[in-house]
Design a protein around this ligand. Sequence first.
Ligand code: URP
Ligand code: ZN
Ligand code: ZN
Ligand code: ZN
Length: 457
Amino acid sequence: MDMILKGGRVITASDSFIADVAVKDGKIVAIGKELSDTADKVVDVTGKYVLPGAIDAHTHMAMPFGGTVSSDSYLSGTRAAVCGGVTTIFDYPVQHKGETILGLCGSKDEVLKEEACCDYAFHCCITDLNDGDILNEMEQAVEKGITSFKCFLVYKKEGMMVDDGTLARLLLRAKELGAMINVHAENPDLIDLRTEQFLREGKTSAWYHYLSRPEFVEAEADKRVVHLASHLDTPVYIVHMADEEGLEACIEAKKKGHDIYVETCPQYLEFTCDVYKREDGRNFVCSPPMKGQASQDALWRAIKAGLIDTVATDHCPFQSYEKDWGKDDFTKIPNGCAGVENLYPYMLSAANEGKLSFEKVVELCATNVAKIFGCTDKGSIAVGKDADLVVYDPEKEFTISASNMHSDCDHTIWEGKKLHGYPVQTYLRGQLVYDNGEFVGTPGIGRYIKRAKYSKK
Ligand code: URP
Ligand code: ZN
Ligand code: ZN
Ligand code: ZN
């Protein structure tokens, strides 16, 4: 045995119990009481919790957006990930019009081979079917283990938007291939209409970012996606759900047996649209925006009822000077916030405060993600799985600040947030990569995850 984590409380999606966890060649090889101590390394984790590494299903590292590029490189973004207990990220490479998707993901893979500090997979964003060539190429992508694709129903001027016909073609083709389509759902025409009106009236503060895309603007698109997927009888995964009415449509369809998956993000669980009234409101600008209290309450209710499938971050940071471009015009603020290092600590702190169970957090942030997206070796503490392990100290008090984060970003929307409990160690396939506040891994240690095809849970 290479290592034993001894005496901790092991948390899975369905259970929690005191046990030792033994690791050999990067895999979990035994779980049990009083395993023999004949390992090269024995770590006493009495009083601590042992959790599977989180899988952040939604990140944008080095993503071109709004005239710049999101500030975390693959190196700094994956470094931040492991420091927050995330051992696998899903990145979203975005196809430029005319580009092949294998070429696109291949070029990202080249960079990640050198820089990745955690394991990684791709949801490839399709913006153009290239006269149908992409529908063919999707088959090769699936063979290479890229078994999910994304489309944006917004971001027309950024050249990323697809229309409903393209979405429908992608849904049908993905079903044929055993793949999933992830959708960013907001209504672009309503956003344009409202934005033009606000700018004409001189209403340019960050608050109007929210008012240009409030609840009903997201809900319309959520409902459209659910309607299409239900009638076409295809699975679909709606990313970053933030509004109550759209969520209700998803829940209704789920209850009828449709294959609808819902992801939300910590920022929607913590903040409401009131943040856009703050002096630093532009730092919170992301799309979809934070919504009102009723939506936040609905998200928490759905989480507790098991009607939300995953929590992921939509990590997409920009530096303050870039956010400042939109001081006098909300349309010039690059959209997105940092979060990859906050996902697990935030959700686990909520569990520590009794808001939900630790098992539920493991399910939402690791086990369900692995199941939905075909990461067969990941997402739980079980014999044969990768030894992606997080040691969590439920007594450690931690206050989030830009200065104790590991992202390449000079601010955080989580500044000053007090957490009860915090990860103290992260192991990636048995190797220590984060230790008590410090990144101790090596860039390039992360591996590409070849994923299995989608099959219904
Ligand atoms: O504001 C956001 N979310 N930026 C990243 C791109 C996206 O929409 O996911
Ligand atoms: Zn999005
Ligand atoms: Zn209908
Ligand atoms: Zn995103």
